[in-house]
Ligand binder design. Structure first.
Ligand code: NAD
Length: 350
């Protein structure tokens, strides 16, 4: 891979490479764009097979963070870090060395949790740098972001329901949820409270037992969830689940869920639109977590202020739908447009 060419084409500002043999760490930090503010993005701890795979991952993810924060109206840029290791190989020393790497960038990059990292790791990183967020509640942080992510999905889902059915009530609506993990559980709480009917699936039987205990309907075969007759399909497990195979099977009017990168390919956004299905772009609707941790930075965390800001995902989803209709583009493209326009406007201002 020609890295500088890839970075130029995709607008990346910086890629830093760090090693420390004594603690066994090899890490990359990618800064995509800092027009709106310092580049925020989690540290992923993952044993990629090759360095090329790891580099592509960190570069792609950092760009995604630029779009997510820009569209959410945050004064933050996009970045991401990647430690090439398995989370089992993590040590306090490794995380503290990583904290020093982050510190050496002088605040251009702010780290937080991602796949393979925990709030305990953030605590260790915080011994070495102030450029870390997503700390545990007992250290004045906002803790696990899943609750706010779940709330944001609920708010974004209501905006979609408003668009399709002319009022935003979820009472009596059927929602099929793929993956009953942390975010989906919080989401389900809001949906049940409002009187929605839930049908859930998961590959993990204990998650399904938990759903049954809560009185929810369960689909035992995970692949059957796509064909369930419902109003809203909510992918809350994996990326790439909206594709040539699954889209023709969907029996819903709205897709609104937390999983990242739900569309396998850009063209699947158009495929959903052709089938008359409204798609809530993933990075718009699942921004509750990043909005939440942004309110932890540089001030005491205020849960009420965070909740109010996350609730505005309702308005952002509405705005994306309007752009898509006006410009006759997919909602996924409209989301990109919203983010790009905000960055361009601020670039002119500065
Ligand atoms: P989680 O691990 O708690 O839950 C995911 C659930 O999906 C698990 O119960 C798992 O068994 C299930 N699952 C995996 N593959 C499946 C399949 N093929 N079919 C059905 N179920 C399957 O994760 P989470 O924190 O709830 O996050 C859910 C999704 O939302 C992930 O894609 C994550 O990247 C995304 N997301 C999470 C947050 C957050 O704040 N946690 C923020 C933004 C995006």
């Amino acid at each position: 891979m020609n890295i500088t060419q890839y970075m130029e084409t995709h607008g990346h500002e910086q890629l830093s490479v760090f090693t420390d043999k004594a603690v066994g760490i090899r890490a990359f930090i990618a800064i995509h764009n800092t027009t709106l503010g310092p580049a925020l993005g989690g540290v992923r701890i993952w044993p990629h097979k090759t360095e090329d795979d790891a580099l592509m991952d960190v570069l792609r993810l950092s760009r995604g963070m630029t779009y997510k924060s820009a569209a959410a109206g945050l004064d933050l840029g996009g970045g991401k870090a990647l430690i090439m290791a398995s989370s089992q190989d993590k040590t306090e020393a490794m995380m503290r060395v990583f904290g020093r790497f982050v510190d050496s960038l002088g605040g251009r990059y702010i780290t937080t949790e991602d796949v393979g990292a925990t709030t305990q790791d953030m605590e260790w990183i915080a011994q070495e740098t102030t450029h870390v967020t997503g700390l545990p509640v007992n250290l004045g942080g906002s803790g696990d972001p899943s609750e706010m992510t779940g709330y944001g999905i609920y708010r974004g889902m209501k905006a979609c329901v408003m668009d399709i059915w002319g009022n935003d009530s979820l009472a009596g609506r059927t929602v099929a949820i793929q993956g009953f993990g942390k975010v989906a559980s919080y989401l389900a709480g809001h949906l049940v409270e409002e009187g929605a009917r839930l049908i859930v699936t998961d590959i993990n039987s204990s998650a399904l037992d938990r759903a049954r205990e809560q009185g929810l309907e369960v689909v035992d075969d995970p692949s059957a969830i796509y064909g369930v007759d419902c109003d809203i399909f909510s992918p809350c497990a994996l990326g790439g689940v909206l594709n040539d195979d699954t889209i023709p099977r969907l029996n819903c009017k709205v897709v609104a869920g937390s999983a990242n990168n739900q569309l396998l390919d850009d063209r699947h956004g158009a495929m959903l639109q052709e089938r008359g299905i409204l798609y809530a772009p993933d990075y718009i609707i699942n921004a509750g977590g990043v909005i939440n941790i942004s309110l932890e930075m540089g001030r005491p965390y205020d849960e009420k202020a965070a909740t109010e800001k996350v609730a505005r995902i309702y308005d952002t989803v509405g705005q994306v739908i309007r752009i898509a209709r006006t410009e006759n583009i997919t909602t996924a493209r409209a989301a990109d447009r919203l983010a790009e326009d905000r960055i361009a406007a601020m670039r002119n201002l500065l």
